[in-house]
Design a protein around this ligand. Structure first.
Ligand code: MG
Length: 114
């Protein structure tokens, strides 16, 4: 299966718009007065990255092999991706355009060594 980033964003937006907890929708179009909600989503994103790092820590410590940990690492990376997509959707960030602009910026910053 192959999905475009735009398709992924739409799937997540549809999910968030059709789900809620305690009467609060999973989808909020973030405006000036919603910085605390944006902060909440950023904390959730970092929490998921932290879960990824915690599994990786156990690999480095020798508790798990990287192969055995890969399913958990994959899940935590995906959780992180979901929060990244949620933030982009709800904060109105055009990830495709920003990605392409950043690649161009990095080409200048990290010039090829000859
Ligand atoms: Mg998780």
């Amino acid at each position: 299966m192959s999905l475009t980033l735009d398709e992924i964003k739409k799937i997540q937006k549809n999910f968030d718009q059709s789900h809620s907890v305690d009467g609060r929708s999973f989808y909020v179009s973030v405006g000036e007065e919603d910085a605390a909600y944006l902060e909440h989503m950023a904390v959730c994103l970092i929490g998921e990255v932290g879960e990824f790092c915690n599994v990786l820590k156990k690999v480095v410590r020798g508790d798990l092999s990287l192969v055995d940990a890969k399913p958990d690492l994959s899940e935590e990376l995906t959780d992180s991706f979901i929060y990244l997509i949620k933030i982009a959707n709800q904060f109105g960030v055009d990830l495709e355009a920003e990605f392409l602009a950043k690649v161009e910026k990095n080409k200048v910053r990290f010039k090829l060594e000859e």
